[in-house]
Design a binder for this molecule. Structure first.
Ligand code: CA
Length: 393
C-alpha cells in the first residue's frame, strides 16, 4: 500500500503510479498522483544532488535539457517514492482542484505537422473540391509548418475569438471569426542535447514526453489566407496544451506499428522500430463526447517527424515542441476537427442539451482527453487539454 491516500492512484486509473506526468504549479515542479499533485521542492532531500537541482527549478526547462539518462533516473526514483509505504519527509499533496497550473516549459520553436491522411483528404475535399484531395508530396514526407511558440498556452486558459480577414463577395470582410474550430492533436516535448540530422532510431532520445494539443483554428480566416504559404493568423492566436506531460517512457507498452507507406520512402524516413502510439482520444463539446479519434491511424510517427525536422541541418533544442496534426480516421466518429465532423457546417452536431452546433460559439468549452495501454493491464493517461471560447475583444 502506497502512503498516497487517493482512490485514483491505482493501476486501473489513468493517473496511477504507471503514469507520473510532470507539471508546474504555484508550488513548483510537481508530479501528478491520481487526483493530487505532489510538489517536488519540499522533498528535494529525497533525491540525489543532480536530480534535486532539476526538481527544485521553477520550470521543467532544466529537466528537459538534462537528457534521457536523467529522465530515466528521475522517473525510477519517483516511482520508488510514490509506491513506498511511508511518505518522504516533508511530502505534502495538493488536490488538483486547488492547484494553478502554469505552462510547464518554455516553448522554443513550435512546429505543427499534418500527419493524418484522413484529415488531409477531408480538408482537401472541403477546401479544394475540384482538385485532388491529397497533394502529391503528402505520401513522401511529413508535411508541416512553423507555428507561433509565444502563443502556446496551458490548458484552462480562455481563448479569445480571433479577428481577421475573411473572403467576402466583393473583397475581404474584417471581423471576429465566424467559423472558429478545434484540432485535436498529440504534442511532443523535446529535450536533450542540441542536435541536427537525428535518425528515426534516435528520435526517442530527444522526446521527453507527450501532451494533448488543441490547435484552435479560424476556418474563415484560413480559407482566405492559406495559399500560397500555409496557415498564418488563422492558427497563431492560441494553441492549448496539457498542463501535465506524460513521460514517453510511460507509453512503452502503447507502441504499435504505424500504417505501412504505400511506396518506398527516402532512407532517412525509414523506421527500424514501431513508433505509432495506441492512444484513444475523446473530444467533448460542452460536456457531450462528439468524437473519439484514434492516434494509431496516423500515417507519420513522431520519430519520422523528428528525422524530417532535422534532416536539412536544422537543430532540435530543449523546449522545441511539435504537434502531430489533427487526428482523424476513416469513420465520422474519428474526426478530430469540427470542420470535418460537421462537413464544413452542412451536417451540424446536436449536443446532449439539444443545442445544435457547426462551429464554436462564445462560451463553448472543449475538453480533449486520451488513454493508452500500460504495463500489466494498466491504463496510462495523457492530457487533458481544456479551453473555453470568450467573445472577441
Ligand atoms: Ca493543426
Amino acid at each position: 500500500m502506497s502512503w498516497i491516500e487517493d482512490e485514483s492512484f491505482t493501476g486501473d486509473q489513468p493517473f496511477g503510479p504507471q503514469t507520473l506526468p510532470y507539471g508546474v504549479i504555484n508550488e513548483g515542479v510537481a508530479v501528478r498522483v491520481g487526483d493530487h499533485a505532489l510538489p517536488l521542492r519540499p522533498i528535494a532531500a529525497s533525491f540525489s544532488d543532480r536530480l534535486a537541482e532539476l526538481v527544485t527549478a521553477n520550470s521543467l526547462d532544466p529537466l528537459l535539457a538534462a537528457g534521457r539518462p536523467r529522465w530515466s533516473e528521475l522517473r525510477a526514483r519517483l516511482t520508488e517514492l510514490v509506491t513506498a509505504t511511508a511518505a518522504p519527509r516533508n511530502a505534502g499533496l495538493v488536490p488538483l482542484r486547488d492547484t494553478t497550473n502554469r505552462l510547464p516549459f518554455t516553448v522554443a520553436d513550435y512546429v505543427d505537422f499534418y500527419s493524418s491522411r484522413h484529415h488531409a483528404e477531408n480538408v482537401g475535399k472541403i477546401f479544394r473540391p475540384d482538385g485532388a484531395p491529397l497533394l502529391p508530396n503528402w505520401t513522401h514526407l511529413p508535411v508541416g509548418y512553423h507555428g507561433r511558440a509565444g502563443t502556446v498556452v496551458v490548458s484552462g486558459t480562455e481563448v479569445v475569438r480571433p479577428k481577421g480577414q475573411r473572403k467576402g463577395g466583393d473583397g475581404p470582410v474584417f471581423g471576429p471569426s465566424t467559423r472558429l474550430d478545434i484540432e485535436a492533436e498529440v504534442g511532443f516535448v523535446c529535450g536533450g542535447p542540441v542536435t541536427s540530422q537525428i535518425p528515426t532510431s534516435a528520435a526517442a532520445e530527444h522526446v521527453f514526453g507527450v501532451v494533448l494539443v488543441n490547435d484552435w483554428s479560424a476556418r474563415d480566416l484560413q480559407a482566405w489566407e492559406y495559399q500560397p504559404l500555409g496557415p498564418f493568423l488563422s492558427k497563431s492566436f492560441a494553441t492549448s496544451v496539457s498542463a501535465w506531460i506524460t513521460p514517453l517512457e510511460a507509453l512503452a507498452v502503447a507502441r504499435i506499428p504505424s500504417p505501412a507507406p504505400e511506396h518506398a520512402l527516402s532512407p532517412y524516413l525509414v523506421q527500424d522500430q514501431s513508433w505509432g502510439l495506441d492512444l484513444s482520444m475523446r473530444v467533448s463539446w460542452n460536456g457531450t463526447v462528439v468524437a473519439t479519434p484514434w492516434f494509431g491511424h496516423m500515417s507519420w510517427t513522431f520519430a519520422q517527424q523528428v528525422a524530417h525536422m532535422t534532416v536539412n541541418g536544422a537543430t532540435l533544442r530543449p523546449g522545441d515542441f511539435f504537434a502531430s496534426g489533427t487526428v482523424s480516421g476513416p469513420e465520422k466518429r474519428h474526426r478530430g476537427s469540427f470542420l470535418e465532423l460537421t462537413w464544413s457546417g452542412r451536417e451540424p452536431v446536436v449536443l446532449d442539451d439539444g443545442a445544435e452546433r457547426s462551429f464554436l460559439e462564445d462560451g463553448d468549452m472543449v475538453v480533449i482527453t486520451a488513454t493508452a495501454p500500460g504495463e500489466y493491464g494498466s491504463v496510462v493517461g495523457v492530457g487533458e487539454v481544456r479551453g473555453t471560447v470568450v467573445a472577441a475583444d
